[in-house]
Design a binder for this molecule. Structure first.
Ligand SMILES: [Cu+2]
Length: 144
């Protein structure tokens, strides 16, 4: 008799526990179901105006094969050419500059105002160069 009684009480506790769990789960479920209604008003209006400006990809790439030296700077600072291109630097400044590759591939020596130095690039690579007189003058030729 005592055994069955004890058994039935544990069963009753288990039922209670299960009931509590169900109630808790139901509570959780009800809170999650209420949330999605409030959010969707803000998102869709802000973005669509920014898109159409991306088109002109051709502009920033410097074509041609000449570099101007003026105002203590090489222009363009980065020039991309194909293998075999002869690049010319013209000193349009009022002082002497040099066109000197950082790794020694080319060196104009002192380039007086108004004069031009040329070099033909036969190997692909990135050629950083500078002015030996004014070390802040730096630029790059990219050979593809
Ligand atoms: Cu210089």
């Amino acid at each position: 008799m005592q055994k069955t009684y004890a058994h039935s009480t544990t069963q009753a506790w288990l039922y209670l526990l299960a009931l509590c769990l169900v109630v808790l789960l139901a509570a959780c479920g009800s809170t999650t179901t209420t949330t999605p209604a409030s959010t969707p008003t803000t998102a869709p209006t802000a973005t669509p105006t920014a898109a159409p400006t991306n088109t002109p990809t051709t502009a920033p790439i410097s074509t041609g094969n000449s570099v101007s030296i003026a105002n203590f700077a090489f222009s363009p600072a980065s020039l991309t050419v194909k293998v075999g291109t002869k690049v010319s630097w013209t000193n349009n400044d009022s002082v002497t500059h040099t066109v000197t590759a950082d790794k020694g591939a080319f060196n104009s020596g002192p380039l007086a105002p108004g004069s031009t130095f040329s070099f033909t690039f036969t190997k692909a690579g990135t050629y950083s160069y500078h002015c030996n007189i004014h070390r802040s003058m730096m630029a790059t030729i990219v050979v593809q």
